[in-house]
Design a protein around this ligand. Structure first.
Ligand SMILES: Nc1ncnc2c1ncn2[C@@H]1O[C@H](COP(=O)(O)OP(=O)(O)OP(=O)(O)O)[C@@H](O)[C@H]1O
Ligand SMILES: [Mg+2]
Length: 261
């Protein structure tokens, strides 16, 4: 199962969700590969890789025909591997502009390892670039994190339209796994407008919205600085609990079960 985590709006939690979802699913007994499609290599840094460890990166796989097996690193989390992003990915639109089949590079690259992994999770950068199109083409399904703000809601409508256009244009089958509402304020801090926006999203997108949402937690903001997922940084925290519940819902939507139970 290949899942793309996508939203062209920045800072909605794509990387946080990709990393912690990947970690939770790996802890459930699955083999998981996290592919970092961001030139900022945020997912790689999040999981503790240093700047010197970013090479070879996904850029070498996509642009220099390096076999993906040579760019895969094990992480400290059993069952979770990563292909790091890197700064060269920032020029992917230019580099791939004249390449025939430029939208299929990732699909072809992951073919040799697809059977080895139960889940491949693609963390996109905040744009609808050639790389994001590559991720969608390589994916069975996509997940959209949003924050409960008015501009996020407007962005979500545009994103869904853009993805639908790509799907129609490319004859894609990838379906929407769901929308995750992220960084929800705790009840005491929640403004009326935030509650209204969450209501509107649920009313409009109905079952597409995950029942489990993620609240705003300082521990989630702190974890990347320690180079680990929320499950190593604060395993007993409410944030870890919420991520496990979200991961269970993801597994269930994918028709899979928690192998660790
Ligand atoms: N539930 C949460 N509670 C508190 N902080 C969060 C939460 N989710 C994400 N963050 C923080 O918000 C910031 C943006 O999150 P993240 O980097 O995951 O978003 P992104 O969509 O990947 O961003 P970009 O568009 O730049 O790739 C980060 O500092 C992250 O630690
Ligand atoms: Mg990110």
């Amino acid at each position: 199962m290949v899942i793309t985590v996508i939203n062209n709006k920045g800072g909605t939690g794509k990387t946080t969700i990709s990393v912690n979802l990947a970690a939770s699913v790996a802890r459930s007994g699955y083999n998981v590969l996290l592919i970092d499609l961001d030139s900022q290599a945020s997912a790689a840094f999040y999981l503790g890789l240093s700047r010197e460890e970013l090479e070879p990166s996904l850029a070498d796989v996509l642009f220099n025909e390096l076999p993906i097996t040579e760019a895969i690193r094990e992480t400290d989390i059993p069952g979770l591997d990563i292909v790091p992003g890197g700064i060269e990915l920032a020029h992917s639109d230019l580099i791939l502009a004249d390449v025939a089949g430029r939208e299929d590079c990732l699909l072809k690259a992951i073919k040799p390892v697809k059977n080895h992994y139960d889940f491949i999770i693609c963390d996109c950068s905040p744009s609808i670039s050639t790389l994001s199109v590559n991720a969608l083409i390589a994916s069975d399904t996509y997940l959209v994190p949003i924050t409960p703000q008015y501009l996020s809601l407007e962005g979500l409508v545009s994103l869904m339209e853009a993805v639908d256009k790509i799907k129609t244009g490319m004859g894609l089958n990838a379906n929407l796994l769901g929308i995750v509402i992220n960084m929800v304020s705790t009840a005491s801090q929640q403004t009326r407008s935030q509650a209204n926006i969450i209501g509107l999203v649920r009313e409009h997108y109905q079952k597409a919205v995950f029942t489990n949402f993620i609240k705003r937690y300082a521990k989630l903001e702190e974890a990347p600085a320690h180079g680990c997922s929320i499950f190593e940084y604060a395993p007993k925290s409410p944030a870890a609990l919420q991520y496990n519940m979200l991961a269970q819902e993801v597994l269930s939507r994918c028709g899979m079960e928690d192998k660790a139970v």
